[in-house]
Design a protein around this ligand. Structure first.
Ligand code: ZN
Length: 701
């Protein structure tokens, strides 16, 4: 549903923006409305402007342009999201021969009226040259379906009417801005402009009028498409067939294989991993199975602005083999074909120093997979979601275009030109955190150590799936982490590590959410205090089931994921100081931890050929804090003290004093050790790292 203009919202903004020109509140309102409608713009696309008069420091009136900052997301824009420019010096650019790109950018930089305002949108010159007070621009899907039909000019005129001019595609900049203002001067009755293969501009003296006009024109285009689709007789493909459980299992396998196939070695010999997300709406699944699915993947972006987020093509997989080796073969073949073609496409340009492409940027971001939907890969989770959103709109718009008649792609040279333009590439943010791109699965995430590990992993840039058998404790832990790090890189799924099927399902859920797993931290554990003569066999079974079998089920479930990804990884088993230095009345815990420790060493031997390192951390006496308590210590702490003939109140002090360093060991200390192993800076596997403030009897040997 299109968002309606609300005068009350404009008044509310005006009350907050006293001292700013009167054009600002309606400009911000319109921008937020346009930015919040994914049918109009996606992820920072589109732009808006207002021409105002303000006084400078000398009290002289100056004409200024408030134009959306480059890459700023309009959905949440405020005054600080606009670049403020002196209008007259910018408009003079219309009358000179094309200056070099650097000179043009310099001109825009030095004529900033607000020094701290962001870089202006790439379409700034068009906004500046048109005389109207308000100019709004979007990349509406419905419009783009029309501009990609054959003979789009006549079609657009017949659908939108005579007051919408149609101008040919040109890269945003001087030539597009000149073409736009010339079209307006030639036909001053027009109140909107469609740039072929790009989008829609509306303009007026009044913001509400320009906004409502944008909505009305998009509505006309959408209703034309709706009627056409109805007439085409295309019906939705039935999604019956595979059961939801087997579809989910296969979708997780596809994600893992795609993720592994698009990972690349980085300059330091490490691996640059991607996150992979899935969009599986019925519409996308229908498009993935339609006769034009291959053409949809080959025919490029809807508008060149999208290419830096999605590339100009997608991979099409028409079947998903049941066997992993066949699936890997199919994906690898498709990716290698894609990369070869894409390298050819990128180098088809004229070489120039300012148009250089980063090597390795030929890996595909989007995969349309028959019967499953659209998988999207990105260097960050945000980048993967952006590619997925844009890709989903692209597939849907093309399916409509094919259903109406045809889809005529944008000439590749136009897209390439935009895709490699340094100004456009500046919008891309490169991840720099040491674990960015890595997905971690941590068990026992509701307790103090699991929480501390997750906190350190998130701080180091990883994406984390936190798990625990206790859904309530897990939720509290994740809630605290989301508040600190934002919610997108942390998710949770509750399962019992003693149930092998549930653990497998946990890895599947993680893969469907993030693409796969690179770091596995078997951390779930329970303890019991009793001398052997008092230990009943059922209790021993219970402790062993969590501490030993739970480590085994987690290790086992990780192996097929690592195999499908083929990019190595890390397992860090949270062992215990007690494995080296056991104490009386603690046999169930110490023996089950020792078994898990031994199994981890064997995993190190078995998984080395996959490039997976397995290491152990041996902490001692990690107590919780006021936010997340240690369930284990709450349960056994007082008993352990009584066993030593000491009072339970002195628990933390006792453990602190018995170490060489007399230091308190925290959950974050354990987390830092996990980050060390996950960063893969040393070729270490099968090692034990004590995090115990120094206990000579527990020195590994
Ligand atoms: Zn645009």
């Amino acid at each position: 549903m299109p968002l309606r203009w609300e005068d009350a919202a404009v008044r509310a903004l005006a009350a907050k923006l006293s001292g700013y020109p009167e054009e600002l509140p309606p400009l911000i309102h319109a921008s937020r409305r346009i930015g919040s409608d994914p049918g109009l713009v996606l992820h920072g696309g589109g732009n808006t402007s207002a021409k105002v008069v303000e006084t400078d420091i000398f009290g002289d009136a100056e004409r200024r342009l408030y134009v959306k900052g480059s890459g700023v997301d309009m959905a949440s824009i405020g005054v600080e999201g606009f670049s403020v420019l002196r209008l007259d010096p910018i408009r003079r650019l219309r009358d000179i021969a094309d200056p070099p790109e650097a000179d043009l950018q310099n001109h825009l930089a030095v004529h900033r009226a607000a020094a701290g305002s962001p870089d202006p949108s790439m379409e700034t010159l068009l906004h500046a040259f048109l005389p109207h007070r308000f100019v709004f621009h979007c990349h509406a899907d419905a419009l783009l379906v029309l501009t990609h039909q054959s003979n789009p000019r006549a079609l657009i005129r017949s659908v939108l009417g005579e007051k919408a001019a149609v101008i040919p595609y040109a890269r945003p900049g001087l030539s597009l801005a000149r073409a736009a203002v010339e079209a307006y001067e030639k036909s001053p009755h027009i109140d909107a402009m469609v740039v072929l293969h790009h989008g829609l501009f509306t303009f007026a003296e009044d913001a509400k009028e320009a906004y409502n006009r944008m909505q009305a024109l998009v509505k006309k285009a959408a209703s034309y498409i709706r009627k056409g689709l109805k007439a085409s007789g295309r019906v939705a493909v039935s999604l019956k067939g595979a059961s939801p459980a087997s579809r989910a299992r296969d979708a997780a396998r596809v994600s893992q294989v795609i993720r592994g196939t698009v990972a690349r070695k980085d300059r330091n010999g490490g691996i640059q991993r991607r996150l992979v997300v899935l969009r599986e709406s019925p519409e996308l699944i229908r498009a993935s199975l339609c006769p034009e699915a291959g053409k949809i993947c080959r025919s490029g972006v809807l508008t060149p602005d999208h290419a830096i987020r999605t590339r100009n093509r997608m991979v099409h997989l028409d079947t998903v083999p049941k066997a992993d080796t066949a699936l890997k073969d199919a994906v690898e073949r498709a990716v290698s074909r894609f990369e070869k073609d894409y390298a050819g496409y990128l180098t088809g340009q004229k070489r120039s120093p300012e148009r250089d492409v980063r090597p390795g940027e030929t890996w595909p971001c989007l995969f349309l997979v028959a019967g499953f939907g659209l998988f999207a890969a990105g260097e960050t989770l945000q980048a993967a979601h952006t590619a997925a959103d844009i890709g989903a709109h692209t597939v849907s718009a093309k399916w409509k275009a094919f259903s109406l008649g045809t889809y005529r792609p944008i000439p590749e040279a136009h897209v390439r030109d935009m895709e490699v333009w340094p100004l456009q590439r500046k919008k891309l943010k490169r991840p720099e955190a040491p674990l960015s791109g890595q997905v971690a699965l941590v068990t026992g995430g509701g307790g103090a150590i699991g929480h501390g590990i997750a906190r350190c992993l998130l701080a180091a840039g990883a994406t984390v799936m936190l798990t625990d058998v206790d859904a309530r404790r897990l939720e509290k832990s994740v809630d605290l982490l989301s508040r600190r790090f934002g919610g997108d890189r942390i998710a949770s799924t509750a399962f019992d590590v003693t149930d092998a099927k549930a653990v497998e399902k946990g890895f599947e859920t993680t893969s469907l959410r993030f693409g796969g797993v690179d770091l596995v931290v078997p951390n779930a554990g329970i303890a019991h205090v009793a001398k052997i003569e008092d230990l009943d066999p059922e209790t021993l079974d219970r402790v062993t089931a969590v501490n030993f079998k739970g480590t085994f089920t987690t290790l086992k479930a990780a192996v097929p994921v690592f195999k499908r990804q083929g990019t190595g990884g890390n397992i860090v088993v949270i062992s215990s100081k007690n494995v080296f230095d056991p104490g009386a009345a603690f046999s169930a815990y110490s023996a089950s931890k020792a078994a898990a420790h031994q199994m981890a060493k064997i995993a190190a031997i078995e998984l080395a050929p996959l490039g997976v390192r397995v290491n152990m951390i041996n902490p001692d006496a990690v107590f919780g804090d006021e936010n997340v308590c240690s369930g284990l210590w709450e349960c056994i702490g007082p008993e352990r003290m009584r066993c030593r003939g000491l009072s339970p109140e002195g628990l933390q002090d006792y453990y602190c004093q018995r170490s060489l360093l007399k230091a308190r060991v925290t959950a974050e200390h354990v987390g830092h050790a996990v980050v060390f192993f996950a960063a893969g800076k040393t070729p270490t596997t099968g090692a034990s790292l004590p995090v115990d403030a120094g206990i000579p009897a527990a020195f590994p040997r």
